[in-house]
Design a protein around this ligand. Structure first.
Ligand code: GLN
Length: 192
């Protein structure tokens, strides 16, 4: 089974670990550079993108991870993790940086604030319907033709992708780790 890391600097780490373990993956919680070695894939969890970005800098992991991602390490970002993988962050902090592997522009909190959190069924290509939990979720506002759209949602302002893939990078606006349905994680794990 693949060895999958979960970046464990901040955010809902435990839920991702549980989902991956349910699928039989060997899971490593990644808090330092050396734990990035020997991974088949890495999950960037939901949480607060500015905090995770800050901790990636101060831990020295940003540079090491950047190189691994450029070399093709598979990565799956959910919510804040999606923000970290995007080319452009709208409504970000002035100093907010991202890895830029997904050719999308995401708006932070684009689906509304905490109080506007919601759950809705999402049709995922090749998988079927999964529960989509949106909590201060980033909205993919623009995306290039290099981006494969695996699921979309019309939340009242037209269709926007909510699960995307480009080469080794996967991004998801919602939180598949917060439900008992592991099919989105399975999609990622099966690709490793
Ligand atoms: N809005 C958060 C951010 O900008 C992401 C929210 C989440 O991961 N649930 O990082």
């Amino acid at each position: 089974m693949p060895r999958v890391g979960v970046l464990a600097l901040q955010g809902d780490v435990r839920e991702h670990v549980a989902a991956l373990e349910r699928l039989g993956a060997e899971v490593v919680t990644v808090r330092a550079c050396d734990q990035l070695e020997g991974l088949d894939g890495l999950v960037l969890p939901g949480g607060e993108s500015t905090t995770i970005a800050h901790l990636l800098n101060t831990s020295g992991m940003r540079v090491v991870l950047e190189e691994k991602l450029r070399d093709g390490l598979s990565v799956f970002g959910t919510c804040a993790g999606l923000i970290l993988l995007s080319r452009e962050v709208l409504d970000g902090r002035a100093d907010q940086w991202s890895f830029g592997l997904l050719d999308v522009a995401v708006r932070r909190n684009g689906y509304g604030r905490q109080i506007a959190s919601f759950e809705t069924p999402i049709d995922v290509e090749g998988v079927g319907t999964v529960p989509g939990v949106f909590i201060r979720a980033p909205k993919i506002e623009t995306w290039s033709s290099d981006v494969e759209v695996l699921a979309s949602l019309d939340h009242g302002d037209g269709m926007h992708p909510v699960l995307v893939r480009q080469d080794n990078a996967w991004g998801c606006s919602f939180h598949p780790e917060l439900t008992s349905d592991a099919s989105v994680h399975r999609l990622f794990v099966d690709s490793l």
